[in-house]
Design a binder for this molecule. Structure first.
Ligand code: ADP
Length: 498
């Protein structure tokens, strides 16, 4: 029996078409305004739920609840207790993993094979954060003051964190923000993306079950311009952890100025993926293909600028196009689907606009290039894997983030030249290098201005390894001990011990 047959949208216990309230202070409540919005399956248009639509008043209440929790019992919770909550949450997420991953698939369209494939990553994150909860420590620092001064540091939670997440992987994105907050002792007001709020809300139920005290995690779904903007501007929020587009990132930095709250930003990209002629092309073809096609290109670090050494350009780009053509596009609940729909009509419009911009700029689509509308694709937002050849560096499709399954393939001849051109965008998030020559790989890794360089692989992620951007891809790091520091303040303590 296939997944599609065994668990349909209507039979998913959470995506059951009913009203979903928001989580404030440990209670499930309606929006203060009473307003709701719909969450629909992007593959079929089916209604999955109506969701409480948070706005300024709800954000105010959630921030107040988070502040009370931060200053109340949560501030006294021992690292061990926070660790236990994270471990319990990990166990619950593991127990309900199939249900949660299907919810992601239904709400934002990603193939079930992909969402189920995040199991190790999601559980690994929660358990890694649980380890970090008991590993936070300050330092004793030798100083040169005359006399007998002792100096040491304390690491303290930064306070109330506003977490604003996108829709391209709600389960992982929620854990990526909530995990470090629980590990460090912060409290959270999470605003999921309006396109896909359901998994975060279901996780909220599991968080309460895991023993997260009331007010420690609050979840307020709603639109970016209202709920998101209110959170970013709120005077009693100590930090915003944001993942989304660079344009929204800029608005968040402006909104944060009122109380100079700390901001970390994980933004978009136009990442170079560089293939040398000496690479193992058999590995590089699917590697470079999936660097962009995975999640229908809706990944901020997707390797969308494919630089290929001119000697193998025609052959390699042709093979990537063939590979893209062979991928199965369809409804994400079908276990054979490799490429799901785009998340929304708006996203579909944006991607198809870029498809026509590419053609008008003179790029040539070797495969794809048009929205799919026939038969099973009629009601969804389907764009097939697309490879544009004849792309120049100055074309918009080589400079702007498309966030769709669209590769812009560009030839190069010289290593220094490709490093310079690889860096010649406003962004600096991911990057890839495919070669058998380790000196070349190292030279490119040093030369690229990007937060991650993947050599003979793409998109490898681990909770212990920092991830984040250079330039307009943002600042701050997620994962790694670097992420813990983003949720902590450092206090220096001096003792005159004379
Ligand atoms: P995308 O284009 O990928 O949807 P966005 O940056 O628009 O990226 O959205 C990412 C998240 O930011 C979503 O949760 C969205 O609601 C939120 N958001 C959008 N606009 C604002 C804003 N002005 N202030 C705060 N959050 C916002």
């Amino acid at each position: 029996m296939t997944v599609a047959e065994s668990i349909t949208a209507t039979r998913h216990a959470f995506a059951n078409g009913k009203f979903k309230p928001m989580l404030i202070g440990g209670e499930w409540v309606k929006a203060a305004s009473g307003k709701t919005f719909e969450s629909r399956n992007p593959a079929t248009g089916d209604l999955l739920a109506t969701v409480a639509e948070g706005d300024v008043e709800d954000i105010n209440q959630a921030v107040a609840a988070a502040r009370r929790a931060f200053e109340g019992p949560w501030s006294k919770a021992k690292p061990y207790e926070r660790q236990q909550i994270l471990l319990k949450l990990a166990d619950l997420v593991e127990k309900h993993f199939d249900e949660l991953s299907l919810l992601d698939t239904l709400d934002m369209g990603a193939p079930i094979n992909r969402t189920r494939g995040t199991r190790r990553r999601v559980l690994g994150m929660l358990r890694w954060y649980a380890g970090m909860a008991v590993s936070i420590h300050g330092e004793t620092i030798a100083n040169s003051m005359p006399g007998e001064y002792v100096s040491y540091t304390l690491k303290e939670p930064v306070g109330v964190v506003g977490a604003i997440i996108p829709w391209n992987g709600p389960l992982g994105a929620t854990v990526w923000k909530v995990g470090p907050a629980l590990a460090t002792g912060c409290t959270v007001v999470l605003k999921p993306a309006e396109e896909a709020p359901l998994t975060s809300l279901r996780l909220g139920e599991l968080m309460l079950e895991a023993g997260v005290p009331p007010g420690v995690i609050n979840i307020v779904p709603g639109y970016g311009e209202t709920a998101g903007a209110a959170l970013a501007a709120h005077a009693d929020v100590d930090k915003i952890a944001f993942t989304g587009s660079h344009l929204t990132g800029q608005l968040i930095v402006k909104a944060s100025a009122g109380n100079l709250k700390r901001v970390t930003l994980e933004l978009g990209g136009k990442s170079p993926d560089i293939v040398f002629a000496d690479a193992d092309l058999g590995t590089a073809v699917p590697g470079a293909g999936m660097a962009t096609f995975a999640n229908s290109g809706q990944i901020c670090s997707a390797g969308t600028r494919l630089f290929v050494e001119h000697k193998v350009y025609d052959e390699f780009v042709g093979r990537v196009a063939e590979f893209g053509k062979g991928l199965r596009v369809g409804n994400g609940v079908d276990p054979d689907t490799q490429i799901g729909p785009l998340v929304s009509e708006q996203q579909l419009g944006r991607v198809t606009d870029y498809l026509s911009i590419g053609r008008h700029e003179g790029a040539q689509p070797l495969v794809g290039g048009e929205r799919l509308t026939e038969g099973p694709f009629a009601k969804g937002y389907f764009v097939p894997p697309t490879v544009f050849a004849n792309v120049r560096d100055d074309m918009r499709i080589a400079q702007e983030e498309i966030f769709g399954p669209v590769i812009s393939a560009i030839p190069f001849t010289d290593i220094e030249d490709v490093i310079r051109r690889g860096n010649a965008t406003a962004f600096g998030l991911g990057s890839g290098v495919w070669t058998r020559n380790i000196s070349k790989a190292h030279r490119v890794a040093k030369g690229l201005r990007a937060g991650s360089v993947w050599i003979n692989c793409y998109q490898a992620m681990d909770p212990a390894v920092p991830f984040g951007g250079y330039k307009m891809s943002g600042y701050g790091r997620e994962s790694g001990i670097q992420q813990m520091e983003e949720y902590l303040n450092v206090k220096a303590v001096w003792i005159n011990a004379a």
